[in-house]
Design a protein around this ligand. Structure first.
Ligand code: HEC
Ligand code: HEC
Length: 347
């Protein structure tokens, strides 16, 4: 109980200690905007905090929401099947975050394990984990082809891949990181992450209610303890299977639960497998099992928020993709939600 209170206080600190940043002025989103896919709980409104300006001279870390340092409680935490132990702040250290399971992955290149502190470039492992599994608010990078990884780094660098939601700062951090990598480092990270398989990590549950959640600085959703469930409506709510392990320990073996609207899986399956006269069968390009084909990335078993965010960004044109543009052209927000739910449920 005492630990639960401690955790709640810590969480409150990290929740309220963001910088003020810019405020949304007159921007407005259409009513079907999927805030949930960006890890947000409400529509963009005047006065909302939006991502800090990110000039080309900025350090990557300056493009995110700079929090006050969270005081370390000094508690060494552990996870199953490892002798390692880290405090919360050790696990979160941007230039050498926790590596709980060194045997789960090959030796990390320096840029993956430590980043470049002098340039404010945090380790890839901080957000995508040493094993490349990532989380709902960033995405997995394991199981992708080296060519695709290089393409995406280039797209972030050229500005042809941006977030459609001005509140999502970590996409800007990612883009700035891409601009700061040497060609040699890009090659290293592409080879490293493509050498590992992706382990699907989402359990999909059709439901009318979902846990009440709060959203962290970067768009990770966490259930609020001791609160009754809330109507799901036309949203997908994704939360870690074990919130404490994901939030405090950054457990790279963790998974997510996606609460999806009742009926969404059947509708999504139809769209994905037949196109339903609105879109093109996904398997033609993503492979019959949706696990990728050549350099086209796998989409099976990804977090639903990640998939929805990509489809929505492509539809809004902030992520440019000539092959995907016709795929989303006639899809409504609801169609894309159904597709994202079904794709997440695939093994
Ligand atoms: C501060 C957190 C952060 C760090 C550090 C970070 N990334 Fe990312 N990365 C993101 C986010 C956020 C996204 C997804 C943005 C979106 O939703 O489109 C992303 C997406 C990606 C993608 C695209 C994945 C796909 O399926 O298209 C690749 C590739 C990638 N990152 C590689 C890297 C590499 C390599 C490093 C280290 C050099 C790195 N990232 C460091 C946050 C981060
Ligand atoms: C004509 C080929 C084609 C079809 C059909 C297609 N895709 Fe794609 N898709 C791509 C390519 C290529 C990419 C990689 C982005 C790029 O380079 O343009 C991609 C990227 C994606 C991504 C982002 C993946 C990532 O790692 O960020 C998602 C999600 C996606 N597609 C979902 C779908 C879904 C769902 C369908 C079916 C409704 C579909 N795609 C149909 C070619 C296709």
């Amino acid at each position: 109980m005492r630990q639960r209170i401690g955790l709640t206080i810590l969480s409150l600190i990290s929740l309220t200690s963001f910088n003020v940043g810019l405020k949304a002025q007159s921007m407005q989103h259409p009513p079907d905007w999927p805030d949930w896919a960006y890890g947000l709980l409400s529509p963009l409104a005047p006065g909302d905090r939006v991502a800090p300006p990110c000039p080309p001279t900025a350090k990557p870390i300056e493009c995110g929401y700079m929090g006050q340092p969270v005081p370390d409680d000094g508690i060494k935490r552990t996870l199953p099947d490892t002798s390692a132990s880290f405090t919360r702040n050790e696990a979160y250290f941007g230039y050498g975050p926790a590596d709980w399971y060194p045997n789960d992955h090959p030796l990390m290149p320096d840029i993956v394990a430590k980043g470049k502190e002098s340039e404010g470039l945090q380790a890839c492992a901080l957000c995508h984990y040493p094993n490349g599994q990532g989380k709902m608010e960033n995405g997995h990078v394991s199981g992708l082809s080296a060519t695709y990884i290089l393409q995406q780094l280039e797209a972030f660098e050229n500005g042809t891949r941006r977030s459609a939601d001005p509140r999502k700062a970590n996409t800007n951090v990612m883009a700035m990181i891409a601009t700061r990598l040497t060609d040699g480092e890009k090659q290293q990270v592409a080879e490293y992450y493509s050498s590992m398989d992706y382990r699907p990590m989402v359990r999909v549950i059709e439901a009318v209610e979902a846990p009440q959640v709060r959203s962290t600085n970067n768009g990770l959703m966490l259930p609020v303890p001791d609160m009754p469930p809330t109507p799901l409506g036309q949203r997908i709510i994704e939360v870690p299977e074990d919130p404490e392990k994901t939030e405090m320990m950054r457990d790279p073996r963790g998974g997510f639960i996606a609460y999806v609207p009742v009926g969404s899986l059947v509708k999504g399956e139809r769209l994905v497998n037949t196109g339903d006269s609105k879109t093109i069968q996904c398997g033609i390009c993503h492979g019959p099992d949706h696990m990728g084909l050549g350099i086209v990335p796998g989409i099976a078993g990804r977090t639903a928020s990640y998939t929805m965010r990509q489809l929505w960004d492509i539809k809004q044109g902030t992520r440019q993709s000539p092959l995907m543009t016709p795929v989303v052209a006639n899809l409504s927000a609801e169609d894309m939600l159904n597709i994202s739910a079904y794709i997440a449920s695939l093994p």
